[in-house]
Design a protein around this ligand. Structure first.
Ligand SMILES: [Zn+2]
Length: 154
């Protein structure tokens, strides 16, 4: 029974979250703000990391690094203490410790505050756009992909 629930959670949850964000994006573009229903739905799915993501959005903490033709993109989210996390757009993964502990290992949460802040910032059109060369974007994404190794070495 437990395994069945875990499996369906794994299969169903990505669809629920992408449908939810799609709907919330549509409502935000119509109303220019998050409705109470949207906020409640987001909180029900994401919990405490969603609250922290909203706090982060008080500051403009998300930068989209993009090539001139938008073929390569990376998101950079600055955390509370000046640290910078690199994310792939629309991918639920973050190299932060909270993601490793609370999402991957203990499965307490569906995502971390950085992934949510990045997604919400894009919905709200509050992402700072910064143009970079394809090589620069690739270099930043590769560095981020190897971030776990440097943490282990540390
Ligand atoms: Zn994170």
């Amino acid at each position: 029974m437990y395994n069945m629930q875990t499996t369906s959670r794994k299969i169903i949850l990505p669809f629920v979250t992408s449908d939810l964000f799609g709907e919330i994006e549509r409502l935000y573009s119509e109303e220019g703000k998050f409705s109470d229903e949207s906020l409640l739905a987001l909180h029900a799915v994401f919990g405490a990391p969603f609250e922290r993501a909203l706090e982060m959005l008080e500051k403009d903490c998300v930068t989209l690094l993009t090539t001139a033709n938008d073929t390569r993109q990376a998101l950079q989210v600055s955390g509370g203490r000046g640290e910078l996390y690199t994310l792939f757009p629309n991918i639920n993964f973050c190299p932060c410790l909270a993601y490793a502990h609370q999402v991957v290992t203990s499965r307490i949460h569906v995502s971390c505050k950085h992934v949510l802040a990045a997604r919400l910032s894009q919905v709200m059109g509050r992402t700072t756009r910064k143009e970079a060369s394809p090589e620069e974007v690739a270099r930043i994404l590769c560095l981020s992909a190897h971030a776990d190794k440097s943490i282990e070495d540390f």
